[in-house]
Design a binder for this molecule. Sequence first.
Ligand code: CA
Length: 706
Amino acid sequence: MKIIRLGVALALALTLAACQKAASPGNVDARRLTAAAGNAEWLSYGKDYNEQRFSPLDKVNATTVERLGLAWYAQFDTDRGQEATPLEVDGVIYTTTAWSKVFAFDAVRGKLLWSYDPGVKGTKGFDACCDVVNRGVAVWKGRVYVGTLDGRLVGLDAKTGKVAWSVQTTDPAKPYTITGAPRVIKDKVLIGNGGAEYGVRGYITAYDAATGKQAWRFYMTPNPEGKPDGAASDKVMAEKGYATWSDGEWKKTGGGGTPWDAIAYDPVLDMVYIGGGNGSPWNHMRRSGGKGDNLFLSSIVALRPDTGDYVWHYQTTPGESWDYTATQQIMLADLTIAGQPRKVLMQAPKNGFFYVIDRATGQLISAKPYVSNLTWASGVDMKTGRPIENPAARYQKAMVLQVPGPLGAHNWQPMAFNPKTGLVYIPTNVTPFAYTDDKGFSYKAGAWNVGVDFLANSLPSDAAQLKALTALVKGSLVAWDPVNQKQVWSVEHPYFWNAGVLTTAGGLVFQGSAEGELAAYDSASGKKVWSYKTGNGVIAAPMTYEIRGEQYVAVMVGTGGGGQISAPASMPTRSRLPGRLLVFKLGGTAKAAAFPTPPEPPPIDLAGVTSAGDVQHGFALFHQNCQVCHGPNASGAWLPDLKRSPMLMTADNWKGVVIDGASAPRGMASFKRFFTDQDAEDVRAYVLSEAQKAASAQVAPAAPIG
Ligand code: CA
């Protein structure tokens, strides 16, 4: 009798648990985000609060991986960059695409359960320095949270995708953007913002997960008007912040420091760690008269999640002047260093040094370059914790060709830490950039405001020089020993701007590449053990989950982002293809349809087409205003290839787009705020001259992706 009763009780409990699960999908809480119970799933952007992107799943391993095949896939309605890491919670995949759209799929069968389109206006694309991307959602207690490109934070019902609440987290009149994934800590949804290239003041905000009511806000720079904000940052700005800023354009821009990506949390220490972005404008001389460290630009800041109160900070790049953000992923781990167990955080920010920091105190433990050819600094002084800068690096007197450039030695593409090998796997880039003081710089509301003269980054006309410059651009996967601060192995990729990383207890490291290969490497040796041709460039990080004994590996496919937009000549693809979610399992036999060959833009005959515009003036205007999206010397072909645009044919058509905003819905906003009609015609004259040059040279197209 007793046994039967127990059996009934157990069955009842199980039924109840199943009912609860079915009734409230996406019921993630702190226990699941920190306990081993969640290990078969992927519950937050970086898997859990540690952001290690390590999964203990091992059914897919060095022996079985050869049987890894496609289980199912989905294709999306956008061909812009796909940067999201999908989440898998209670059998459902939640992911986002470009333009901040959210999708929920049955994780086993791939059936679309619901989707949500926040309706971001195409014109908002103008404010996104680095494509209209989104890196993913947070799931918490039956809700799915997404930050939208136009600055909203939206809470959705995890079961239906219906909007529960929506708040505007930014001033819509300013060029703020959101591309990062929210994180939920102690029933508060945390979200930062971007926009420092255009002129904004960065901050992170916490909202009540149930209601959307603001709990606290922490500004990354002092208030330019010198008054308190009524924010969590007021006290530390008064004590430490203001003293590190001097007179300069930051009083108009807000100084930047936008925390657009990293958020990590240690529940035992009860500290949340956020990463600060670059200065606005970049140029320290123009921003702050060349004086002061400018807190909290390029800094890792520890805060209390209940209040947003400051605990400690470490600034990776004092007096930032190169777009060297420290908003790259912050990863928490427990390491044994010099025989002592240490609670550390690790970061590989854009500036090229790998930092290991005591996460309780903010004390620097070690910092070494994770790429071999940094030129801006020779090391980090362990006494002061400051970089030892190359005296020419600040380009005060002359242009400096420097590594890394604004794309960073490592950017947003997530790295991963495998506790079994003790290695961090970092997707690295080498991209040089010619930093030149923009002596005539003055802030223009809403424009590209970096205080750096982009003319110096026009392409050399000499073919040998161009070849030498292009040869400097490199991308690799680096396996890094964070205890001894040294490289253990590396894989050189044919191109730069490759994908984020996943590592597993199966002894594997997964990474996609610019040319569209998803590969698995042996985590100890770097030997490639499996690969799959996706047909499109990959920049997002893969993730993995297990359901009913089967392990799946999923990845968002679709190139884009800052590297693809701003350095298209160094990338393998010239055409945009629709984004996809690919999901693999052992023995998977699904076949993805081949991408249709994108139609070549019809040839345009520019012979005899003329412009009364001033080519030289157009050259200058182009490189200050258009280069970032259309490539140096109009070399960009990923966003529409201007050299093949029928708009070039007549001054009226050109003006229709550039001044009257005919292509605004697709992201090409009117430049009426910045250009006169004559300016627009001068730019046309310049692009026309480049197009006619290219037509006569019959430049071969870049190799197709495969
Ligand atoms: Ca930036």
